[in-house]
Design a protein around this ligand. Sequence first.
Ligand SMILES: Nc1ncnc2c1ncn2[C@@H]1O[C@H](COP(=O)(O)OP(=O)(O)OP(=O)(O)O)[C@@H](O)[C@H]1O
Length: 488
Amino acid sequence: MLKVEHISGGYQQTPIIHDISFEVQKGEFLGILGPNGCGKSTLIKIISGIIKPSSGRVFIDGTPIEKLSKRQLAKKMTVLPQIQNNAFPATVRETVEIGRYPHQTGFFSSWSEEDEKAVIKAMELTDVLKYQDTNVEFLSGGERQRVFIAQALAQSSELLILDEPTNHLDIAHQKQILDMIRREVTEHGLTVVAVFHDINLASLYCDHLLLMEAGRMKAYGEPHEVIIEQQLMEVYEARISTQAHPEQPKPQMAILPDFEDEKKEKTVSLSNIQMGADYVAFIADFPLKVLSSAVHNAGLGWYRTFINRTVPPEYDIENVQTEFMQYIMNNGFSPTNTVGMMTAVDTKKAVMKEYPASFGSLIVIVTAGIGGAVDVSRAYQQTVFQPIGTINTWVIINGKLSDEAFVQGMMTATEAKSKALQTENVMDKWSNTIATGTPTDSLLVAATQHGKYMQYAGPITEVGKMIGKGVYEATVEAIRIYKREMEQ
Ligand SMILES: Nc1ncnc2c1ncn2[C@@H]1O[C@H](COP(=O)(O)OP(=O)(O)OP(=O)(O)O)[C@@H](O)[C@H]1O
């Protein structure tokens, strides 16, 4: 659809763009990224024929753009420049109708049914139909931006060129406009080239990305080939980190700020433990990074408080999430800053240990109920699970862990727990083999993210060795407490 071949050019004597080449197929969405002043808008002006390149050519459907008349070009391609603040006095409808001019033939041309349909549809798609009789001057920046997008859509060309289309839009309208453009691309074969400042939106919605640096192509490819930490840090000269999007296979980035936190000493110890009537809580005065399989706030996040709560054996509530959140609030904790687990074991019997280490220290807290212990390798044979009996394990580290170390920490802790069950000869009553855990165990690994950086946490590392020793010893002790209780 669009072919850009070795384009160079700029303004008068100032070359801005240097040797840029790419192709955009029909039904494809290309995002152009790059720092301020790198030449994104200039490239768009060259592609759309507003300024002539000093060398190289631009083709639309195989025809060089200079061979097309203005009207022919406008039917093929619509250009939406950066937001125009100098809106002239016209209604929303009149402004959108301007998009139909390339379709008017001759001096006496009349407004056709097709023109009317295109204008109404464009206003509907951009959610501005309700303002059709309002003067554009009286709209907010975001509303005005949507009117200009409607004008571009009304032109009904196959190629849409947008300069920062989501500028001024709130997140709901960013999503609405980009969802709509994406649908037009996927379902109706629209071809789109758009400049983005928001790298995450570009990654999320575009098929390909072109990353520019000082007028040149730095990278071109699918989002995962362009949104690369090192590459973005070099081009934008800013510290960033990339991570997975929760739903889509499109990388996302987070800015890493460079400011000194006022609270420099961030360590925790067993003194952070507080015993409640029916819970054991760990309460820090700063958030720790946590990976857990809890009931409340599971997964990866930052939290100050962890609660392990005793529930009666007959606890069977339909909406556990809501009930647990209410419990957290009733006990004076913040539901957004707390990770919550539950157990049938009396949390006053929790085993708590602290291990000094060269990197700082490690705290382990375990409650163990093993009534329903299971051999995980035989669990597939079992149809009825004992509802009661859970081993809840917390591993809290004074140190800084990589994501990899968090995962390895979970593995190391799980292996140590299983070894404790083996030592204590805890049996799976169903299969009559040694149990490896219970059907509902929970695990939490937390780190202060201050002090020594640890990339790995397997048994080859000091932190891994301490997790192994700590979880093993605490679990053995907790199992013995449980057994003694059962004997009484
Ligand atoms: N009309 C012009 N005449 C001369 N130089 C210009 C003109 N317009 C832009 N420039 C210069 O060209 C360079 C690239 O500008 P351009 O607007 O293409 O960058 P951009 O990547 O779109 O930037 P931004 O992200 O800030 O919108 C800048 O140094 C700018 O000062």
